[in-house]
Ligand binder design. Structure first.
Ligand code: ADP
Ligand code: MG
Length: 688
């Protein structure tokens, strides 16, 4: 079979199905406290989607409910505080199941003891696959969901100020992952009845360990920050003498950009509560036990991806300029990258930490970060430490690792509960996927230019609206592509300032600068590596281009998850591929097919079945290798060469363009509109 022929056929087919994306509209914010029938006993046998009175509103951020006509948006100024008098009802079992079903929430009790042995019995795969299913369904749990944020106050007794902060930021209706996880984390004994817990032989009174697998952009950050902030406040409220700050919560995230984002989110939520959230910084000292002397140099050594995670604005101990040796930063919640905290800790421990939160847990427990993450975990020596893990993807081996670790430290009654929202390891249903065969490396550049200049495109290309992200396999290729493209946006439209490359070999300041400019809408095309694929929330990203194919299905899910966030429709994910990428395609094509099936799109929309069938299967070991190394021919400095033209030629052409542009000064505005093919005036930046 000539794979090349088949692949070209694939291009044609998908080309004829390309659709012009709608401009991305902000989902109108659903009103939170507009629920007149709350507490009224629901009728049985209603349609699944109407189990919640607010379901129509929920459509805005409910990834899985059937799409209905959109309601006019509620009054934007409705900043009312939660109705504290309405007691939240405890739903009966049937109602709970219906709500969970309609939002596609599945809770499973993962028992650490039985699971451990399973790893070794993996010989006969087929038998394995059949068995866990039956087991899983036995261990399925049906905890109370939280159908409206007002319940946070009425049923879960969260701080008044925290509730107000949520409302102030326009959060009205909880997303699926929030709906499912907040009750369990805030009050597990309310969420799960005693009898249900007893039946399955666990207790909830001392909290739970938790794994949440929920789509990209579905609000996992709030789902872990609300309980984190609330637990600090609860302790303070309960103790009269110990009002001082104790480091209670550690949040670990794989990159400094993500850590920084979490700090900012957290500070908005904690405003006025007295809870302090700090990002770990190079040279910063935190209260620990054990070897007290501070080894400044070793802390400062911690380089690489893990630098200053937080925002400088609030650090109370940083002094002006130089670090003060004796000053210890006291905080309630610390957000850090793994290497930075691990290097600081060495043999020190964090005995006061009660909650360890791993955001993007599967990557934190991947071999790349495993040692550091496990090091931090074992430094949290408190017996009452609880772990929560969050990601859009979670391999079974990572789950196995979590179970094993927990087994070695927990008393058996603490349950590990897993929530999966929708189908595991799929992309957000609202994204439109396009696989584009470009034959050669040069073909990719050509195709990207067609996307950048939609006017010159034929209808074989999807139309993409700026801003978008472009992912490459290596730092060198990101830089080279940046060099190649930086003159593509005319000077009158901002020129090379509109395009930037972001990767880990840039300085810390340069990195935060670029992120800030992209958020502010000053940069339109951001070329990056997998550094940015996890967790980063740029609200208005209209498209993601995989210039180089992602090296795993999970990488695909996370990269394309930078668009279509918080219910935004119309995001486009384009993946270029050449013959060399064929080994990677099968798992990507499968993810796309599954995601579209879940979204209720007609089957074979982006990837026809015959294409999936014709792609070669790749074994597990091979997949690991592919993931680790990426496409061989794109590695190393030589492979970074993306253009065939010399820098001199490109500069010359740019100068020529500059001269032409100069002579057209008076027509600047028309030129801008013309070349962008869109009304830039309407685009008001990406937002934070
Ligand atoms: P995830 O971690 O699941 O990828 P984030 O926590 O980064 O997603 O959230 C994605 C976006 O959704 C953020 O911009 C956040 O402000 C927004 N968001 C979160 N929860 C809600 C909600 N309940 N209603 C509206 N928007 C929300
Ligand atoms: Mg996240």
């Amino acid at each position: 079979m000539d794979i090349l022929k088949i692949l070209s056929r694939g291009t044609k087919k998908s080309a004829s199905q390309l659709t012009i994306p709608k401009p991305i509209a902000k989902p109108s914010t659903p009103q939170l406290f507009n629920d007149p029938t709350r507490g009224v006993k629901r009728k049985r046998n209603e349609e699944a989607a109407s189990t919640l009175e607010a379901d129509d509103d929920l459509d805005e951020i409910n990834f899985f409910a059937p799409r209905a006509a959109k309601k006019p948006s509620p009054e934007p100024e409705a900043k009312t505080a939660p109705k504290e008098d309405a007691p939240a009802p405890v739903l009966d079992d049937e109602e709970v199941r219906q709500v969970l079903r309609s939002h596609r929430l599945k809770f499973t009790l993962l028992s650490s003891h039985e699971e451990k042995k399973k790893k070794k019995v993996k010989k006969s795969k087929k038998k394995e696959e059949a068995k866990p299913k039956a087991k899983d369904s036995k261990k399925q749990l049906f905890p109370q969901p939280m159908t409206s944020f007002s319940e946070l106050r009425s049923a879960y007794n969260i701080s008044h100020r925290l509730g107000e902060n949520l409302a102030k930021q326009g959060y009205r209706i909880p997303t699926e992952v929030q709906l499912g996880s907040l009750p369990l984390l805030l009050q597990p004994d309310r969420a799960i009845s005693n009898s249900a817990a007893e039946e399955l032989n666990f207790k909830t009174e001392n909290g739970i360990d938790f794994v949440a697998v929920a789509p990209t952009g579905s609000g996992k950050t709030l789902a872990f920050l609300i309980p984190a902030i609330n637990s600090v406040l609860r302790r303070r409220a309960g103790e009269t003498s110990l009002k001082e700050r104790l480091l209670e919560v550690v949040v670990v995230a794989p990159t400094r950009e993500l850590a920084h984002q979490i700090v900012n989110e957290g500070r908005k939520l904690a405003q006025g509560t007295g809870v302090k959230i700090v990002g770990m910084k190079k040279g910063m000292q935190i209260p620990t036990e054990g070897q007290a002397a501070v080894d400044e140099e070793s802390a400062a050594e911690s380089e690489d991806e893990a630098d200053s995670a937080g925002d400088d604005s609030e650090g109370e101990s940083e002094g002006e300029g130089e670090q003060k040796k004796a000053t210890i930063t006291k905080t309630d919640i610390l957000v850090t990258t793994p290497l930075l905290l691990r290097n600081y800790l060495k043999s020190r421990t964090l005995p006061t930490v009660k909650s360890l939160i791993l955001d993007e847990a599967d990557v934190l427990l991947d071999p790349l970060f495993r040692e550091q993450t496990l090091g931090i975990w074992s430094a949290c020596t408190s017996e009452s430490l609880r772990l929560t893990c969050w990601s859009a993807t979670m391999g079974s081996s990572i789950e196995g690792l979590i179970l094993e670790q927990l087994k070695s430290r927990e008393s058996p009654e603490i349950p590990l509960i897993r929530l999966v929202v929708g189908l595991k390891d799929t992309a957000v249903p609202s994204i439109n996927h396009k696989l584009i065969y470009t034959a050669t490396e040069q073909g990719k550049l050509f195709a990207l230019r067609q996307l950048l200049h939609p006017k010159s495109s034929d209808d074989s290309m999807p139309q993409m609206r700026l801003p978008f992200l472009v992912f490459t396999q290596t730092i060198e290729r990101a830089s080279a592509l940046h060099d190649e493209l930086k003159f593509d946006i005319p000077a009158e439209a901002g020129g090379s300032a509109r395009i930037a490359a972001l990767h880990s070999s840039l300085s810390d300041t340069a990195r935060s600068n670029i992120v800030a400019r992209f958020r502010a809408g000053e940069i339109w095309v951001l070329i990056t590596t997998d550094l940015l694929m996890r967790g980063i929330d740029f609200r208005g990203v209209n498209g993601v281009i995989n210039y180089d194919v992602p090296t795993s299905a999970a990488a695909y899910v996370h990269r394309v998850g930078r668009t279509g966030r918080a219910g935004h429709e119309g995001g486009v994910a384009v993946t270029f591929y050449t013959t060399e990428d064929v080994p990677y395609l099968k798992s990507i094509a499968n993810v796309i097919a599954l995601s579209e099936k879940q979204a209720g799109k007609s089957s074979e929309e982006s990837v026809p079945k015959w294409l999936i069938d014709s792609l070669p299967k790749v074994g597990k070991e091979e997949k690991k290798k592919l993931k680790k190394h990426g496409v061989e021919s794109r590695r190393g400095a030589k492979a970074a060469k993306i253009t065939t033209r010399s820098a001199w030629e490109r500069r010359k052409e740019n100068n020529r363009r500059g001269a032409i542009a100069g002579s057209k000064k008076r027509k600047t505005q028309e030129v801008v509109n013309d070349t962008q093919g869109q009304d830039d005036g309407e685009w008001d930046g990406i937002g934070d």
